[in-house]
Write a protein that binds this ligand. Structure first.
Ligand code: EPU
Length: 421
């Protein structure tokens, strides 16, 4: 096992490059199942979830060659439609293979993902979409068994906007007979990029980037190339790292509006964030954060994946603030650990009530999930004294060697081996 040992209190300064988006890559990789050929994806982050997806694809006979953040994915020799529990239990995004396998082979057996560290995360919308497209779905021994003749275009409406269900349904519908419409489709940037990748493969999709997609099924798709977008959540986390340490940093991020909700709230809190031709800079030198409430929402609202990080930022703000998670009502496993650092936070239903304190104090804390662990690292960077963050395998799932980026920005953080669990 490994842990981070952080000596807090250093204002971050300097410049780093933001890695490619984990969640976008996790949708682009299984999309390659839809064609028979060699696909290329550029700017893939080196994080453990990507390695899990590579292993899962290999299980199906899809070989990926990954070097220098570039991946070539060969889908010309698919031998299996079976996604075993062993891989799916490690990562819920594995369920993304369901739509493409069903569309191309008329059959898939995919392990049910089960619960998640902070509570239930159902996949009913994915399954309902597959059924509406004509698949028979049985649940047996923890597996989804999906069978269909050629999928048939249909009208899909999602009661809840879901990133994963939109991605899965879109990947299934591109090879269906006739027209599929998806209303209340997710408009997260990862889904827009997925639609663009599918269009480059020859799919006919209108409305990419909007909540209403119209898809005309085609008989087959060809291989394609795509450049992944930068990781908006990594960028947001680093901006908060600068804000919470009263630092001054620049991020090579690119020109996009994916992070606007977070940037706007950061500016409301008193810091100064600007994007100058793709270079995102934040200046928080000498500033104390104002208390700013946030509510998570689907894109372009404040992302749930930034909720834990905002919570620790507000723990050191002037006054009381409320952070409400409207996407995942139970996503507050980080709070008791943040309290160990001296934060004054109370969870009521799906809100954290945060009374700002003057300072945090280093302590041993334990990661419970990916974004929770990011909030603990942020707490450690701001706390007085030494913080040890245990179970950092969680952070390694989605942040590419976060400590290296932070060290480049002047932080005192070390990754060390430990027998502590
Ligand atoms: N939902 C259902 N039924 C479903 C699917 C979703 O009720 O069949 C509900 C969820 O419980 C949730 C809401 O719909 O309340 C939205 O969930 P969504 O399906 O959009 O989430 P996801 O696709 O499972 C992706 C990201 C998550 C991120 C969410 C929300 C990937 C691989 N994962 O998950 O990222 O939190 O969207 O933006 O793209 C992370 O990176 O730390 C992470 C958890």
């Amino acid at each position: 096992m490994e842990k981070f040992v952080i000596n807090g209190g250093v204002p971050l300064a300097g410049r780093v490059k933001v890695s490619g988006a984990k969640n976008a890559a996790l949708a682009l990789m299984p999309a390659c199942i839809l064609n028979s050929g060699i696909n290329k994806i550029f700017n893939i982050p080196e994080v453990n979830d990507i390695f899990t997806m590579m292993k899962l694809l290999k299980e199906l006979g899809v070989n990926s060659d990954y070097n220098n953040f570039e991946m070539s994915i060969d889908s010309s020799n698919i031998t299996s439609q079976f996604a075993p529990y062993e891989h799916v239990k490690k990562m819920r995004a594995s369920v993304y293979v369901l739509g493409p396998l069903l569309a191309r082979y008329g059959h898939a057996k995919v392990s049910m993902p089960g619960g998640c560290a902070w509570g239930p995360r159902p996949i009913n919308l994915h399954l309902e979409a597959m059924k509406k497209l004509g698949a028979e779905i049985d649940l047996e021994d923890g597996y989804i068994i999906a069978n269909s003749k050629k999928l048939q275009g249909t009208k899909l409406h999602f009661d809840i906007s879901s990133v994963g269900a939109t991605g899965n349904a879109m990947m299934a519908a591109v090879l269906a007979n006739g027209e599929t419409t998806i209303s209340n489709a997710a408009i997260e940037p990862e889904i827009t990029l997925l639609a663009e990748f599918l269009i480059d493969m020859g799919a006919k999709i209108d409305g990419a980037g909007t909540s209403h997609l119209i898809i005309q099924g085609v008989d087959e798709l060809k291989s394609a190339e795509v450049t992944n977008i930068p990781d908006r959540i990594e960028a947001g986390t680093l901006l908060i790292a600068a804000a919470i340490t009263k630092g001054n940093i620049e991020l090579e991020y690119g020109n996009n509006d994916h992070l606007d909700s977070v940037i706007s709230k950061l500016n409301d809190s008193g810091v100064n964030v600007i994007n100058n031709n793709g270079l995102l800079s934040i200046n928080a030198s000498g500033l104390s954060a104002k208390n700013i409430d946030i509510q998570t929402a689907i894109h372009p609202g404040f992302p749930t994946d930034m909720q834990a990080q905002w919570t620790i930022y507000m723990a050191l703000a002037n006054g009381t603030s409320t952070v409400t998670d409207n996407i995942y009502f139970d996503r507050f496993k980080h709070v008791p650990e943040l309290v160990r650092l001296g934060a004054d936070i109370e969870v009521m239903k799906n809100s954290a009530i945060i009374r700002g304190v003057k300072s945090l104090n280093g302590a041993k804390v334990m990661s419970t999930d990916l974004r929770a662990s990011a909030s603990l690292v942020l707490g450690g960077l701001a706390a007085e004294g030494t913080t040890e963050v245990l179970r950092i395998y969680h952070i390694d799932r989605g942040y590419q060697r976060i400590e290296e980026k932070l060290i480049n920005l002047g932080a005192d953080i070390k990754r060390v081996s430990t027998s502590e669990f």
